[in-house]
Design a binder for this molecule. Sequence first.
Ligand code: MLT
Length: 283
Amino acid sequence: MTSDPRPPFVHTVAIPGGRLAVHTAGSGLPLLLLHGFPLDHSMWSSQEPLAEHVRLIVPDQRGFGGSEGPGPESIAQLADDAVALLDALHVAGPVVVCGLSMGGYVAQHVAARHPDRVAALVLVDTRLEADTPEARAARVDLSGKVGRLGQAIVADAMIPRLLAPAAGEPARARRAEIEAVLRRMIVAQPVATIQAALAALGDRPDMTDAMRRCRVPTLLVVGADDAITPPSCLQTAEALMPDARLLIVPRAGHMTPLEAPAVFNAAVVAFLQDRIGDRVHPA
Ligand code: MLT
């Protein structure tokens, strides 16, 4: 347990050009958790036990959840928002930045744009490369459909590809539960935010060279059944990043922290205890 536990807390914080809602809990080494698209901070609720070891800082990124709109102009802007949030919370020293998928793109941009603010990276179910022309065209198409038909079309398009196949009844019931949580989260996001984020995702640059130069300790995590950013994406990252180790999680898809929370949380704690050491509270 922590010597100075802070109770879970959601509040809003002013950053240049808006306000971000942020959930904080725990104390000690700050661990910033950046959600995927088109989700919000609540996708990390299974990571609450990490607050026994570190200080969790879990924002709704610009336009998502309880944060003010109209949504991101770029992934780089989301990275600058994350650093502005740390400033607003008076977190001056380097932090651990963990992001899933879109959050992973943002985490890479934080490391590239603000290297002095990053002690370690945890990149989850994500990739370093930019979109292919086909992927970009699919985002433009989806953006048009969201405008005409609403958020449910995004849930319908994404949810079947987000989770690992379930074998057996308990696994099927658990999968249905996670799907329902994800659907509620997706349909709660404003249409304008979803459209802005689709444009920002499609425009994001290739981060391969930046990550080749990134020397911070990095944990790469991917679900063995991730259909959106398959294990090969993170194997490529492991091969080119100077200080990266990869964990492939069995029976998990693109939402590893929700699908395999015990494995994910234990891996993060073990990595941080190994690489950051005495700033991480023991259990
Ligand atoms: C996400 O989960 O954040 C998205 O799948 C990212 C993407 O579409 O590239």
